[in-house]
Design a protein around this ligand. Structure first.
Ligand code: ADE
Length: 246
């Protein structure tokens, strides 16, 4: 996959993509990154990328000419052109999976009061928000989307991590994790995990995953596809609440 980022703060993006799994994904050839500054496309003397809004009011608006020139220079045919904005569709795992199917994703980092509406209208294919809060710019949201998408590309993660993604794919939160030592500050690792009977471990993990989702995100549980075993485990969880000693 090719990912191009249009930003007036290119160093902020380039540095962040130089670490950990994003850097490894690039070295492995799973993804190619390009970072582009619309200021390089500004033709006026002061290389302006923003201007005051028509109609007045606070803040500035990203100008259509340099933004359009920059996006058109990098977006190939069929590219997903994504604008990061708090007005966008809420980002989630299914959207990450959908974007991971594209051959190219161009991400536009919004700034100031936003982008001139004519650019949005003519070039943007997806508008994405990473949550109901307002950040100072689209760079951090762009990095969130890039990370979530790139880790799904073939060859980026090992089997273990893809299985973890599958568990979210089935709509539940993950079970808790433990490593050595078996006892830490008086807290013991659950006996089922220490004993290591694979079938029992799987059942315990599924139960914890259901319990966590029930307690923290009942909205996800209501939408999840549940098996007969899941329903049995949920009945056990309900019984545990009545009699915690079980
Ligand atoms: N730009 C500023 N805030 C944002 C948000 N919550 N999501 C996406 N882009 C943004």
């Amino acid at each position: 996959m090719r990912v191009d980022i249009v930003t007036i703060f290119p160093e902020m993006i380039a540095r962040a993509l130089d670490f950990s799994i994003m850097a490894r994904a690039r070295e492995a050839g799973a993804v190619e990154f390009g970072v582009h500054n619309p200021r390089d496309r500004a033709t006026d003397r002061h290389r302006m990328v923003d201007d005051a809004p028509y109609g007045g009011g606070a803040g500035m608006v990203l100008k259509p000419e340099p933004m359009t020139a920059c996006i058109e220079a990098v977006a190939g045919p069929g590219a997903a052109v994504v604008l990061m904005t708090p007005q966008g569709e809420p980002f989630d795992q299914p959207m990450a999976r959908l974007l991971a199917q594209s051959a190219q994703m161009v991400i536009i980092c919004g700034h100031y009061e936003g982008l001139d509406e004519r650019v949005r209208h003519s070039l943007v294919t997806h508008e994405i928000s990473i949550g109901d809060y307002v950040l100072t710019g689209g760079e951090l949201p762009a990095l969130v989307v890039i990370d979530a998408v790139v880790r799904l590309l073939p060859g980026v993660l090992g089997n273990e991590a893809s299985a973890a993604e599958d568990s979210f794919a089935r709509g539940l939160l993950e079970h808790p994790h433990y490593t050595r030592p078996p006892e830490f500050r008086g807290m013991r690792v659950p006996a089922t995990l220490v004993e290591g009977d694979h079938a029992q471990v799987r059942r315990w993990r599924r139960k914890m995953s259901l319990r966590r989702t029930l307690r923290r995100r009942p909205d996800l549980l209501a939408r999840a596809e549940l098996t007969d075993e899941d329903r049995e485990l949920l009945a056990e969880i309900a019984a545990d609440e009545v009699n915690p000693a079980r």
